[in-house]
Ligand binder design. Structure first.
Ligand code: SIN
Length: 274
């Protein structure tokens, strides 16, 4: 297989790989550990192959809120129909940061793509962390942030197009609150990285609401710099896998009038420490 970095910060495209071939797994896993986001081009596979590939990384983490793929409850449907306006995942986020044991990562398979657009953007949270001043890193070290699913998937969001159309459901299950260090040590690479995100993080403990909002806004503005980003331009059949502990991501909603269908499998992770 041929592995080509996407940017200096994170991400790599992988050509000529076959995710159904167990003999290739070690090389794919090593690329995932090195680049945090891997784009496996041209994987013409069935949902069962997708599941088998995901299980090589660990147990499947079944999403509570996304509509599952028919006949495959472990696979979440990420869908925008041509007459819909809202896409799933438009805000910068880290999947499942509201779980006390956040997911290792997600594996997204492009089933049906619009003729243009519908890219996904990623941020390297380690590169963003390393670009902060020493004094800011010292300040953040030891702080804890609270993350929640309630305000994103709970009852208050039931007027959204995604909820009304049935793409998101199960609002009564949105009861997760989790505490994580603001700066984590990545469980595999041991690189330090920021672990807060604009969608699920509610506040930093021990600061006043105004202080917490100001620090989080400053960090979000910092992380959004293009220097820390990679952009995945999809083709049907591609699989992109990202490390939730090392990245943010965001779906670009620029293809109104066209359908986009992805299958997503999320893999269990481990507890995080500072
Ligand atoms: C997601 O946030 O998991 C979906 C990303 C995408 O559809 O590009």
């Amino acid at each position: 297989m041929d592995i080509k970095p996407l940017t200096g910060g994170l991400g790599a495209e992988i050509f000529g790989a076959d995710v159904t071939d167990g003999a290739q797994f070690a090389e794919i896993e090593a690329a995932f550990a090195k680049y945090s986001v891997i784009v496996l081009r041209g994987q013409d596979i069935a949902p069962e192959d997708h599941l088998n590939f995901a299980r090589r990384f660990g147990p499947i983490n079944v999403n509570r809120f996304f509509k599952p793929v028919d006949g495959h409850p472990e696979i979440a449907t990420v869908l925008k129909e041509k007459d819909q306006k809202e896409a799933v995942g438009e805000g910068w986020h880290t999947d499942h940061s509201y779980d006390q044991i956040p997911a290792l990562g997600s594996i997204l398979h492009a089933i049906e793509m619009p003729p243009y657009g519908g890219d996904t953007l990623f941020v390297s949270m380690a590169a963003a962390c390393e670009a902060l001043s020493d004094k800011m890193r010292v300040f953040l070290d030891g702080l804890t942030a609270v993350h929640s699913s309630r305000h994103v998937f709970g009852a208050a969001t039931q007027d959204s197009e995604a909820a009304k159309s049935g793409r998101l459901a199960n609002a009564s299950a949105a009861t997760q609150d989790a505490r994580h260090p603001v700066v984590i040590t990545h469980p595999l690479s041991k690189r330090r990285g920021l672990f807060v995100n604009p969608v699920f993080t509610t506040h930093i403990e021990g600061l006043t609401p105004d202080e917490s909002a100001a620090i989080l806004d400053m960090l979000y503005e910092h992380c959004r710099q293009p220097e820390f980003q990679a952009r995945v331009r999809w083709q049907e059949g591609d699989i992109t896998m990202w490390d939730n502990r090392a990245t943010w991501h965001k779906a670009i909603n620029d293809y109104h009038g066209f359908r986009r269908l992805m299958h997503r499998i999320t893999v269990d992770g481990v507890g995080l420490s500072g």
